[in-house]
Design a protein around this ligand. Structure first.
Ligand code: 8YV
Length: 325
């Protein structure tokens, strides 16, 4: 009997495919660039499992173009790159990589918050440009993070890990989520409505998944509610923030600064944001520590192994495909 075919659609780690080798025929794309949908269908023709990553789109066109497909294993906790509704229609399982990147991503949210509040990017550029001639009392004044009120929109695993760190900074934490969490899960944070959070928080962190319902949850009207001294951090997904409205708010000093790891239409970044000195910008590196990325690749492959071994993949996001519900 022929072995199942697993297509790894872009480079992971050199030995990532090792657990698959005794179980499947592995098709390995050594390139680091994600395949566009038409190329992906050609590349993965005849495969039963597909390994994808963020930035690697798996739309209906790909799912429908691969009739034998049974499983899509995403390397990433977010999976808005995959058309899950199309996967459900085709009876294809989708898996993601939760937990293993929670702490690394929460650390990065703090790097962005502290960096944007204390103007590390701007002042470093100025220093490297040879402009530091004399120390001054008024040089590069920023906003306090310690003792401030932090607003977290999205209290999932990463939101809660961000909240935990806030207690070390003596901060009060407000959060907004679809549902209020039980006290033992909320890390001492208080649930408030989104508008109240935007008005009351000294700094705001966005960490919700992207979906049509969360598109531009922060745009011009929301930015207008924030304090002029506030920092906005987006560690969730591009598209949660209206990047052009944010650039305008930054330029007009309507909020103090932003720390952004994700962008609408990335890897392209709105020129208005690139031109905003008070935006600290990083290229979607929230989970980019050696150990987190290794664990993400391993977990994605472990899901494929589970399926090859006839088990339920351990981090399945659409269990409804198993029951046909
Ligand atoms: C990853 C992420 O870097 O997990 C996610 O959803 O956004 C990041 O941690 C990315 O997904 C890599 O595929």
């Amino acid at each position: 009997m022929s072995r199942p075919v697993v297509a790894i659609t872009r480079r992971l780690f050199p030995d990532s495919d090792q657990p698959l080798q005794s179980r499947a025929e592995v098709r390995l794309n050594p390139a680091d660039t994600p395949l566009v949908p038409a190329r992906m269908v050609e590349y993965a023709a005849g495969c039963q499992a597909l390994v994808a990553t963020a930035g690697c789109q798996v739309p209906a066109e790909v799912i429908e173009g691969l009739p034998g497909l049974k499983l899509i294993a995403n390397v990433g906790v977010g999976y808005n790159n995959i058309d899950v509704a199309a996967a459900n229609r085709a009876g294809v399982m989708v898996t993601n990589t939760p937990d293993v990147l929670t702490e690394a991503t929460a650390d990065m949210a703090w790097a962005l918050l502290l960096g944007a509040a204390r103007r590390t990017g701007e002042s470093e550029r100025w220093l490297r440009d040879g402009k530091w001639n004399v120390w001054g009392m008024g040089l590069w004044l920023g906003a306090d993070v310690h003792g401030a009120t932090l607003g977290i929109i999205g209290m999932g695993r990463i939101g809660r890990a961000i909240a935990r760190r806030a207690s070390g900074f003596g901060m009060q934490v407000l959060y907004h989520n679809r549902r209020e969490l039980p006290a033992e899960e909320s890390q001492g944070a208080r649930w408030v409505g989104k508008e109240e959070l935007l008005r009351s928080a000294d700094h705001v962190v966005l960490v919700v998944p992207y979906s049509p319902a969360t598109h531009h949850i922060v745009g011009a009207p929301e930015l207008a509610l924030m304090k002029p001294t506030a920092v906005l951090v987006n560690i969730g997904r591009g598209g949660l923030v209206d990047d052009r409205a944010l650039a305008q708010a930054l330029q007009e000093g309507r909020i103090a600064a932003a720390g952004l790891d994700v962008f609408e239409g990335e890897p392209k970044v709105a020129p208005e944001l690139l031109a905003a000195p008070n935006a600290l910008l990083t290229p979607h590196i929230g989970s980019a520590t050696s150990s987190a990325r290794r664990a993400m690749a391993d977990l994605a492959i472990a899901n494929v192994v589970d399926w090859l071994d006839g088990k339920r993949p351990r981090t399945l996001v659409n269990p409804e495909v198993l029951t046909g519900a």
